[in-house]
Design a protein around this ligand. Structure first.
Ligand code: HGY
Ligand code: MN
Ligand code: MN
Length: 420
């Protein structure tokens, strides 16, 4: 794990937000990498630490029924609808220090700046550190923000992690009532909107030599468990003509998945492959692999999957194999709220960037869920290191973080001005 500089009592602003990210990076279930998953001990520790930082800037904090960390600063009078700022505090395995966490820390810094300015807004400000944006532990994703948006499915309490622990038991161990998770649902009349600042998680800003971008929409994603079944056999005695090698069949399909994705401007990733029974001297009888498929539009994504599945069935037919596709996650593409997106553009212009760059997000974000209960918009900031993310080499420049903080604060004030 890249050693982060020790967190010191940094001055408010970008330096403090980064120091807090580095402190959170130490809260991991792994000794030599970052992993912080839903309803884990690390989740609880990170919530407590971030709650203290929220309280330092005047936010009243609580953890909602789904495990999301929340903070609230009243507007010019108590009880006003809230403009929600935030991102997520959970991570993938072997994560970077900024995906999600930086957005929550910048939200805290914006609240601090506005509170210290003495300006009383026509809405409350809430900061949310969503849990389970990544879906690392239970395979499903956005469960924190989907509970927040009223999209909780009680069947999810029966999901199991890799150790066979159900979400129900994990919730109880965390101190939540698994049958009350749905009570985290917020009412749209209590919300003004949701704004998220996030690292781009790609090289577009880096290649364009820009620090910030406004997001137009978020790609819709489908995640599937794909299974090719043949027949195991002796690695030496089984002639090719009689083989039903599941892994070779799956490999043909995986290579074609990339070809189809490139041709159809979709983004397909096979992140996990397993062969069974897995003996070095055994022809694989079963091959299981994951598919994460995204596109700017759901139609393009779904058309690409139809092509992939048609090709897979053809390979299986030719090789005497069986094909099975099981979808375990789907989130459709969402478009940012026009008024909030305009506020983000105004925020970027306030930093001296007169023509804000526009990007559609290939990465998923909590806004995909939150949009069910209120409008959302996003501000992207540049990633260094070739735009790498979901990797310990994820990096940002403090000057870009400062620019993002200035733009984020100006965005919130633009929303306030628009509401008079
Ligand atoms: O997978 C994603 O796109 C997001 O980082 N959860
Ligand atoms: Mn991520
Ligand atoms: Mn993220």
């Amino acid at each position: 794990m890249t050693p982060h500089p020790p967190a010191q009592r940094s001055v408010p602003g970008a330096a403090r937000a980064l120091a807090h990210c580095h402190e959170l990076a130490r809260i991991s279930s792994l000794d030599d990498a970052i992993e912080r998953v839903h309803l884990s001990t690390e989740h609880k520790i990170a919530n407590a630490l971030a709650a203290a930082w929220m309280q330092e800037v005047g936010l009243d904090t609580w953890v909602d029924e789904a495990g999301n960390l929340c903070g609230r600063l009243e507007g010019h009078k108590p009880g006003l609808p809230a403009l929600v700022l935030g991102s997520h505090l959970d991570t993938v395995t072997d994560a970077g220090a900024y995906d999600g966490m930086l957005g929550v820390m910048l939200a805290i810094e914006v609240v601090d700046r506005i509170r210290r300015s003495g300006r009383r807004l026509p809405f409350a400000l809430e900061v949310v550190g969503f849990t389970d944006e990544e879906g690392t532990r239970f395979g499903n994703a956005l469960m924190g923000s989907r509970a927040f948006a009223g999209l909780w499915d009680p069947a999810w309490t029966e999901l199991e992690d890799r150790k066979g622990v159900t979400l129900r038991d994990a919730a109880k161990n965390f101190g939540l009532d698994p049958d009350a998770i749905g009570d985290a649902a917020r009412r749209s009349e209590d919300l003004v909107g949701y704004l998220e600042t996030h690292i781009e998680q790609g090289p577009s800003l880096l290649d364009a030599d820009r620090a910030l971008a406004v997001v137009s929409s978020i790609a819709g994603a489908r995640r599937l468990a794909l299974t090719v079944t043949g027949r195991a056999g002796h690695a030496g005695g089984t002639p090719y003509a009689r083989r039903r090698d599941a892994l070779v069949g799956a490999s043909e399909i995986i290579v074609e998945i990339e070809r189809i994705a490139k041709r159809t401007d979709t983004v397909a990733t096979v992140g996990r492959v397993r062969a069974f029974p897995g003996g070095v001297n055994v022809v694989p009888g079963v091959a299981r692999f994951s598919l994460d498929l995204r596109a700017e539009s759901d139609e393009r994504r779904d058309a690409a999957f139809e092509e992939i599945e048609a090709f897979a069935r053809d390979v299986c037919e030719r090789r005497g194999l069986a094909w099975q596709a099981d979808e375990f996650y789907r989130a459709d593409a969402v478009v940012c709220d026009p008024a909030l997106r305009f506020a983000v553009e105004q925020g970027i212009r306030a930093t001296g960037d007169d023509e804000p760059m526009v990007l559609w997000s290939r990465a998923g974000h909590d806004g995909m869920a939150v949009q069910a209960v209120t409008g959302f918009a996003m501000l992207f900031l540049r990633c260094g290191n070739d735009g790498v993310s979901h990797h310990p080499d994820e990096i940002v420049a403090e000057s870009d973080v400062e620019a993002a903080l200035d733009a984020f604060e100006a965005t919130v004030l633009a929303v306030a001005d628009a509401r008079g």
